[in-house]
Ligand binder design. Structure first.
Ligand code: KG4
Ligand code: ZN
Length: 339
């Protein structure tokens, strides 16, 4: 019997559904939410309302694009947390109703675990080359920044984490200070391509061991820009590309430095990037450079699978389904949920 999983993701501001058949991705649909752009960040109340509007059309499209009939599904997997409560409630309630109506099992998925598991998705026309256990994962997203030792499909240990902001937040907040719209990370990446990464120097905040810190960088960037704008009113516009390249370089150096330290401590050469910030061009280049230097085997997700999606939920749900790990219909979301 084939195992066909419907994955549902609604933890933040993307409503997503995907179908995975025996580990092979058949469809992946994402509806992002334009509504937050003008507020410079995600507005939780608006996010849950948009999820409510999007969820059924998104699931419907994922099913149609996959060619799978609802009656063929083995289980429905959904993001239980971490995330925004109102957003998680929409996906969780939908998944529970769907599982009950179709009399199929319900599988809960941790969003962070799913970002890491994206490497195990099989895709038509691409070679399946997942990381070998144990591997080191650098998980960098808008809400989280962590270093983990991944022991198998289910077990992982966090060996470093941010003590304040996440790497994606650092990108987004610096972009906001420059007057760029939310989310600023992809724009910083884009403008950095035309800038000089050595134009400006920003301090790298110190955090002990394998932990990260980004709030000091954001503050020093803010003060630097404020002082320069007093001298030259259009500084942020005139030097936009150099500012983007310089701040991007600083963030990437912090991430790459800790990854190297984690490699030295654990001796693990199998490295996997995950999360929205792993779409960053400079981070991808830097990690490949380190791979050559230290003899690492590096796994970098395809761009479409770096940011939030339901394909990662469906593949994680697939492995949980194989392990017989099902959720009860009384389950509720968790805003905080460690991996
Ligand atoms: O994983 P994700 O989609 O959502 C969370 O689970 O948080 O990550 C979103 C984060 C945002 O902060 C966004 O600005 C950042 O990933 N991001 C990038 C790039 N693409 C997305 N940051 C830097 N460069 C990029 N190319
Ligand atoms: Zn995410």
């Amino acid at each position: 019997m084939p195992v066909i999983i419907l994955g549902i993701e609604s933890s933040c501001d993307d409503t997503a559904a995907a179908i995975v058949h025996d580990g092979v991705l058949l469809s992946s649909v994402i509806a992002d939410q334009e509504v937050h752009r003008k507020y410079g960040g995600v507005v939780p109340e608006l996010a849950s309302r948009a999820h409510q509007q999007n969820i059924i059309p998104v699931v419907d499209r994922a099913l149609k694009e996959s060619g799978v009939e609802p009656g063929e599904l083995s289980a429905v997997a959904f993001t239980r947390g971490p995330g925004l409560l109102g957003s998680l409630l929409v996906g969780t309630s939908f998944a529970k109703g769907f599982a009950l109506a179709r009399k199929i099992p319900l599988v809960e998925v941790n969003h962070l675990h799913a970002h890491i598991m994206v490497h195990f998705l099989k895709q038509e026309g691409t070679e399946w080359d997942p990381p070998v256990f144990p591997f080191l994962s650098l998980l960098v997203s808008g809400g989280h920044t962590q270093l983990l030792v991944v022991k198998d499909h289910a077990r992982m240990e966090t060996i470093g984490r941010t003590i304040d902001d996440a790497a994606g937040e650092a990108f987004d907040k610096c972009a906001k200070v420059m007057g760029l719209p939310y989310p600023g990370g992809p724009l910083v990446d884009k403008y950095a391509a035309g800038g000089n990464p050595n134009a400006f120097r920003f301090p790298k905040p110190r955090a002990g061991g394998l932990d990260f810190s980004f709030s000091g960088l954001k503050t020093s960037f803010l003060y630097f820009l404020r002082d320069k704008m007093v001298e030259e009113g259009n500084f942020a516009v005139k030097y936009r590309d150099d500012l983007c390249a310089s701040v991007q370089r600083t963030i990437v150096e912090i991430l790459a430095g800790k990854l190297e330290k984690a490699f030295r401590q654990t001796g693990i050469r199998e490295i996997a990037l995950a999360g929205g910030v792993s779409a960053n061009t400079e981070l991808r280049r830097k990690i490949r450079e380190q791979a050559g230097k230290f003899g690492w085997k590096v796994h970098i997700p395809r761009i479409a699978l770096t940011t939030d999606n339901a394909a990662m939920i469906a593949i994680t749900g697939y492995y949980r389904y194989l392990a017989g790990e099902f959720a009860g219909l009384e389950i509720s979301p968790l805003t905080r949920m460690p991996v």
